[in-house]
Design a protein around this ligand. Structure first.
Ligand code: NOJ
Length: 520
């Protein structure tokens, strides 16, 4: 396990919207370079950059046309390598976004694969054996190619699924995982990984990591076995490299060799991200998330699932809690600044490796916008970073109508510049929390979590009180003050607080909407 993960805090950059330095209305590598000091100063020591490779951008770059070439709109391979070097001199690691499950329909592999006559790439993607064949249980497209077959897609129509084989092939066109052509796909993806690791990146966030092996891999044993071989390659050749899964099932991902996995929402489970921050239920016409002050949220919805994954993966890797990402609706849509501060207090004091989405540190808003590059509802969370007052909020010198997406038009749109001056701003709170995390080894990624309260389901409205080594952390998102008993002899000295809270004797008293950390 690479030791740098122990104290890692990631900053996710959607490169389109971070900083435009050449006035074309879209963010670029030079923009990332110029803001490395800002990111370091914030307290983040690792980056995840969303896909920045050559692409027709029908899914914001998750439709890769050339894995080994950067998208010209961001800059050259050399400039990306400069990000690695400059980041490293500041103690910042860089993960690229690896999209192993599909390419763009314009990728040369796919163009070859769709030709009428067999060739080297004939089985690089998953094709049925007839132009009218329905692929049961899988999304498929027909009628688009010279090849007289239908092909499987992994997400949008523009994203044909790469062929890693089937766990239990049932038809002749379903190749087994160890078929030489499926092994060739795996090797090709390893080549892509080596290419960027040799260029200086520190690993990958892996898109849809749990989806590679097809039917019937419900328990994901096939996909896990596949990733374990890739992890073995990394351990042998790049032992410092890190793999973070977009899988949303740490039990499966970490057993499959990933170092970390996001705790978002897996299939129909309710105990992930949404139960904490946005548990909106149309039937109840209300938000039942734990961090919404007036909502009757129950922390057990989260704890039941989280602790199951935590216990099962303690010695294998980390669970990543996130403030949001390019696929979620920014939390400011439903949480106010106080609610957000408490949520961030929790995210940044839990075990595992936390991720901060660009702009979440200043509480950027979700802007309902027409879809851009396959974003649909996600587009509103991908607007330009708000650096300072004035033209395009400091994002770009281009005319406003040439921007990738419009900037927040509200007169009180939050900016970095304004919040840097204000000790009570969200940005100042984030900095203080990340500083606290780095200062206290007990708050790093390691598994040293003990839930002190609530112990049973009757008291799920909080506060939530947990111990991390020699520290106690408590958060009360409710509007009402609460007092709860603590085990005797624990830490009692205040270390950090938002709002009023105290531990006296063996009682923890929390004002409404407060957060506290105590040590010895
Ligand atoms: C997950 C990515 O986060 C999302 O943005 C993308 O659309 C899909 N995977 C398909 O690659």
């Amino acid at each position: 396990m690479p030791t740098w993960l122990e104290d890692a805090v990631f900053y996710e950059i959607y490169p389109q919207s971070f900083l435009d330095t050449n006035g074309d209305g879209i963010g670029d590598f030079e923009g990332i370079l110029r803001k490395l000091d800002y990111i370091k100063n914030l307290g983040c020591n690792a980056l995840w950059i969303n896909p920045c490779f050559d692409s027709p951008f029908k899914d914001a770059g998750y439709d890769v046309r050339d894995y080994k070439k950067t998208a010209p709109r961001y800059g050259t391979n050399e400039e990306l390598k400069r990000i690695f070097t400059e980041a490293h001199t500041r103690g910042i690691r860089v993960l690229l976004d690896l999209v192993p499950g599909h390419t763009s329909e314009e990728h040369p592999w796919f163009l070859e694969s769709s030709k009428a006559t067999p060739n080297e790439y004939w089985n690089r993607f998953i094709w049925t054996d007839h132009c009218f064949k329905r692929a049961e249980g899988l999304g498929f497209i027909g009628g688009e190619t010279d090849r007289a077959a239908t092909y499987i897609i992994s997400f949008f129509k523009c994203q044909p699924a790469l062929n890693y084989g089937f766990l239990k092939p049932k038809e002749a066109w379903q190749l087994p995982m160890d078929h030489p052509d499926c092994m060739a796909t795996r090797e090709a993806m390893q080549e892509v990984m080596r290419f960027w690791l040799d260029a200086g990146c520190d690993g990958f966030r892996v898109d849809m990591a749990g989806s590679l092996v097809k039917l019937d891999d419900a328990d994901k044993s096939g996909t896990q076995a596949l990733w374990r071989t890739i992890r073995a390659m990394l351990d042998a050749e790049y032992p410092e490299a890190v793999l973070v899964a977009e899988w949303s099932s740490p039990k499966q991902a970490l057993n499959g060799g990933f170092h970390a996995d996001f705790f978002l929402d897996f299939m129909d489970n309710r105990g992930g991200y949404r139960s904490l921050f946005r548990d909106y239920d149309d039937a109840l016409k209300g938000d039942r998330s734990f961090f919404k002050a007036q909502a009757p949220g129950n922390i057990h919805t989260f704890l039941d699932e989280y602790l199951e994954h935590y216990e099962a993966t303690k010695d294998k890797g980390y669970i990543s809690l996130v403030t949001g990402n390019h696929d979620t609706i920014r939390l400011t849509h439903t949480l106010n600044q106080r609610e957000l501060s408490l949520a961030y207090g929790f995210i940044f004091t839990m075990p595992g490796v936390p991720f901060l989405y660009y702009g979440d540190e200043i509480g950027m808003r979700y802007l309902p916008l027409p879809t851009k590059e396959g974003g649909y509802f996600r587009t509103g969370s991908r607007t330009p970073m708000q650096w300072k007052a004035g033209k395009n909020l400091g994002f770009s010198d281009a005319a406003a109508d040439r921007l990738y997406l419009p900037v927040d038009p509200s007169p009180d749109a939050p900016t970095v510049e304004a919040q840097e001056q204000d000790p009570d701003s969200l940005l100042s709170t984030v900095k203080a929390l990340l500083n606290l995390r780095h200062r206290h080894g007990d708050l790093h990624a390691q598994a040293n979590l003990e839930i002190l309260y609530p112990k049973d389901r009757s008291s799920g409205a909080g506060p939530l009180v947990y111990r991390r080594g020699n520290l106690v952390v408590a958060v009360n998102p409710d509007l009402c003050a609460k007092s709860v008993p603590l085990p005797p002899g624990g830490p009692r000295k205040p270390v950090y607080a938002i709002g009023d809270s105290a531990i006296q004797g063996d009682t923890c008293t929390m004002a409404g909407q407060s957060f506290g950390v105590w040590g010895f």
